[in-house]
Design a protein around this ligand. Structure first.
Ligand code: ADP
Ligand code: ZN
Ligand code: ZN
Length: 807
């Protein structure tokens, strides 16, 4: 007889490159497997980790016993485990931290009472098993149930009579232990609008408070499920009462799918010839069932979404699943609604705004195969889609695909690796592809598909560049809006059309300076100036959220000649109110939108023409299709150009092109006015000409000469420390370790980072560049081993492979 595995190796979410071996309690020996999520003791803590292997090898040290199995089914299958190892290796991150980011089930771990068997409890349970007793008494029942898996108090209460008393006596006998940790979380935390309530049963005896009694009666009289927010209109305090009733299982609460009916139904369009040509390429690859990556480069308004939808139809018809990634800000109810209309309950939506319990629920629908289409932001790339045959990455150039904390993976690149491993098709879509992707297409790694025109031959918007220096010479006034921009907004207001004004900088004024001594007010924690926020009357740091009151005198020389410079979106809105007192104006930036819902609410009102003008940061530039917008004004095209970052030009070009693309999406042609002090800068010039090809050629040349991606693999290594000398000494040590770097490797630094101080830490930086990706990986390996040998704290070293920003 084959002996059962006795030990298991677990990957835990700790910054260490190792697995931890645990002893499997007897009851778990046949249930724990590779990919299982388990709870393990770690020091004084309990951590959820992923089992990598079970085995029977005797280990010399005496391993501790695993606490419990968290889900019966493995949380990660072989495919995802393999993807996890790839990420760990490629991005140089401990596997445990990667696997944690891949499992969305953290929401299950919540404080609450969980019962499990002790060793003697297991013995007792086995005795029952051996004797094959048929006894029906509650104590036996509880022992049997707990022998299968640990259970929550609420679950046992529901299943077993007098469970509480039974458990207490079992605990006294030493058969059962209670733990105050994990429990299945209920969907009760979702907002009322997202919940549906349905009657289950009347309480046995207990008396209910008035609101609960009323709601229960109402539900009993009105069978079927009801939206909880709507119930509020018939029953007072329905939302609170519903949650209370659900906790006692008198009613059932479920999460509502996104209400698709809010959005106009869009029938599928007949593909135009360009769309058809692009789609045919994708269809062929889907039929071949072979890994292939397409770059769908289509100008704004060329109908890329229609191709995505058609491709998803096709893969579904072939029995496969599809995953579509969208940028953080791109997953609006309008997008979700469109997918619901088309695919109904087969769609699951995952984004960072949803509650853990909703995420868990969606995840389970996906894993069970109920949902075959997943629309998700970055981390959705790990969704366990069955038979995954197609991955779409919309706006593939978008920065939000790169995770800005450990593990710092790029969602698009992970998507491609995942597809490669299982022979799926990838479609990357963008009007302004990243240099990397377009270069890959040119090298034949990806296949380029193009949509050169807008649908129905709608014209591209006309862009006019306004040189604000010239404007100043002519008017002798430093104005936020040029005369042309004022005229055009006036026209829109008269014609009942809408305008969007973009300024990618929030706040009122971006800095405060003293005219007497030149002092600029800086953040005490970061090396950046504080931004003046007028509504809050505060000086604010956009990096660490430090805030202080607005000084009346210069803190350095005590002069009162203080001035505020640099216009932000708050000021744009205020000046617009002054210039157009009758216009209805809304603003979208991080100050006006506390959460995703505010953002969506403002956008929905704008779409419904309840506002004439929408002001905002880059949050308004992306993907929104609002037909009545015929004017886009860029208040300052220059905001991103000054940054010491090799992607500054690319990002500016993308932002301006995307913003310009918002104009004239309907049948009325649109115009774009771009105000700038750098009219000759190629990023601005080519964005104005909406000429991606020219921009790409020029930028590619710059990258080639400077050895930046796509011509070199790049890693950003930052050493941080609360004390400057310490950060400096550590970075110098790394400098000595890596220099000389050897053939084909360039190391810039160590030097103070552009953001030399951030959140009270000093930052020193090294950039490693090489055209040899393997070598890059080895070098980072050396750095990490060195840091571990020197016992640096894990937070003092930040490594970013393929960084999107090197500030
Ligand atoms: P993109 O994502 O390329 O900017 P969209 O997919 O948002 O463009 O499409 C722009 C608009 O064109 C949408 O309103 C869409 O419904 C419409 N559209 C797409 N394909 C067609 C078509 N073949 N004929 C007519 N309209 C179309
Ligand atoms: Zn001063
Ligand atoms: Zn700060």
């Amino acid at each position: 007889m084959e002996s059962r595995p006795v030990y298991c190796d677990v990957s835990l979410p700790v910054p260490l490159d190792q697995v931890f071996t645990y002893l499997l309690p007897e009851t778990l020996r046949h249930r724990v497997q590779r990919g299982s999520r388990v709870l393990a003791p770690f020091g004084t803590r309990k951590l959820a980790g992923i089992v990598l292997r079970t085995h029977g090898e005797l280990s010399e040290s005496r391993p501790r016993e695993l606490l419990r199995l968290l889900d019966e089914e493995p949380a990660l299958d072989e495919e995802l485990l393999k993807l996890g190892s790839w990420i760990s290796h490629y991005y140089c991150v401990p596997l445990g931290e990667v696997l944690r980011a891949m499992t969305p089930l953290a929401g299950d771990l919540r404080r609450g009472k969980i019962f499990s068997l002790t060793k003697s409890g297991r013995d007792a349970a086995r005795q029952l098993h051996l004797n094959d007793t048929d006894a029906q008494d509650p104590a036996t029942e509880v022992l049997r149930m707990l022998d299968v898996r640990p259970l929550s108090a609420s679950y046992l209460n529901k299943k077993v009579q007098k469970a509480a008393a039974v458990l207490r006596s079992l605990e006294k006998k030493g058969f059962v232990e209670v733990e105050d940790v994990a429990a299945e979380r209920d969907p009760l935390r979702a907002s009322a609008a997202r919940l549906r309530a349905e009657f289950v049963r009347r309480p046995a005896a207990e008396k209910l408070p008035k609101a609960e009694r009323e709601l229960l009666s109402y539900l009993e009289l009105h069978p079927g499920s009801h939206n909880v927010a709507e119930l509020e209109e018939s029953v007072a305090k329905a939302s609170t009462a519903a949650r209370a009733l659900a906790r006692r299982e008198l009613i059932k609460l479920t999460l509502e799918a996104v209400a698709a009916s809010q959005f106009p139904f869009r029938a599928p369009h007949e593909l135009n010839p360009h769309q058809q040509a692009a789609y045919s390429g994708i269809e062929e690859a889907l039929d071949a069932k072979q890994f292939q990556t397409f770059l769908l480069q289509g100008v704004t308004g060329s109908g890329k979404t229609e191709i995505y939808l058609k491709a998803i139809d096709t893969i579904l018809a072939r029995g496969g699943g599809a995953l579509m990634l969208v940028p953080e800000i791109g997953l609006t109810p309008a997008v979700a609604g469109q997918f619901h209309h088309r695919f109904g309950e087969r769609v699951a939506i995952l984004h960072s705004g949803i509650h853990d319990s909703e995420r868990t629920q969606e995840w389970r629908r996906i894993r069970s195969g109920q949902a075959q289409v997943v629309v998700a932001t970055r981390s959705g790339v790990f969704a366990p889609v069955r038979n995954l045959g197609l991955i779409i990455v919309d706006e593939e150039h978008d920065q939000s695909y790169k995770q800005q904390e450990t593990p710092r993976y790029h969602g698009r690149d992970v998507a491609i690796v995942r597809a490669r491993d299982r022979g799926a098709v990838v479609v990357l879509g963008s009007a302004t592809p990243s240099l990397e992707s377009r270069y890959n297409a040119d090298r034949g790694k990806y296949q380029l598909l193009r949509l050169p025109e807008r649908v129905e031959s709608r014209p591209m918007p006309v862009v006019e560049v306004i040189d604000t220096r010239q404007e100043f010479l002519e008017t002798r006034k430093q104005a936020t809006f040029s005369r042309a921009l004022i005229d055009e907004v006036t026209n829109r207001l008269e014609n009942g059309e809408q305008s969007m004004l973009l300024l990618n900088r929030r706040g009122f004024s971006s800095f405060m300076t003293c005219r007497a001594c030149g002092e600029r007010l800086e953040c005490p924690n970061c090396s950046v100036t504080l931004t003046f926020h007028r509504r809050d009357r505060r000086m604010l740091c956009h990096y660490c959220n430090f805030s202080s009151r607005v000084p009346e005198r210069c803190p350095k020389c005590d002069s009162d000649h203080i001035q505020f410079l640099g216009v932000g979106s708050e000021r744009v809105e205020e000046e617009l109110h002054g210039a157009f007192p009758r216009a209805r104006i809304a603003r979208i930036d991080r100050d006006t939108t506390g959460g995703k819902r505010d953002y969506e609410a403002i956008l929905a009102k704008f779409r419904a023409r309840e506002y004439d003008i929408l002001v905002g940061t880059q949050m308004i530039a992306k993907g929104h299709d609002i037909p009545n917008v015929t004017l886009v004004g860029i208040v300052s095209a220059d905001t991103g150009l000054g940054l010491q970052d090799f992607r500054a030009a690319e990002r500016t070009f993308q932002l301006l092109t995307q913003a310009a693309g918002r104009a004239g999406r309907g049948t009325t042609p649109g115009i774009v006015l771009m105000q700038t002090i750098n009219p000759d800068h190629y990023a601005i010039r080519f964005a104005a000409e909406q000429d991606y090809e020219k921009f790409y050629a020029k930028e590619l040349e710059f990258r080639r000469v400077m050895h930046y991606p796509p011509f070199a693999a790049l890693a950003n290594v930052i050493v941080r420390g609360a004390r400057e000398e310490e950060a400096l000494a550590k970075s110098a040590a790394l400098g000595r370790l890596l220099n000389p770097a050897g053939e084909g490797v360039k190391i810039l630094g160590p030097a103070a980072a552009s953001l030399a101080r951030l959140k009270n830490e000093y930052r020193y930086q090294m950039l490693i560049k090489t055209s040899n990706r393997k070598r890059l990986n080895e070098i980072i390996g050396e750095v990490r081993r060195f840091a571990a040998a020197e016992k640096w704290s894990p937070t003092s070293l930040m490594i970013d492979v393929d960084p999107m920003t090197i500030l």
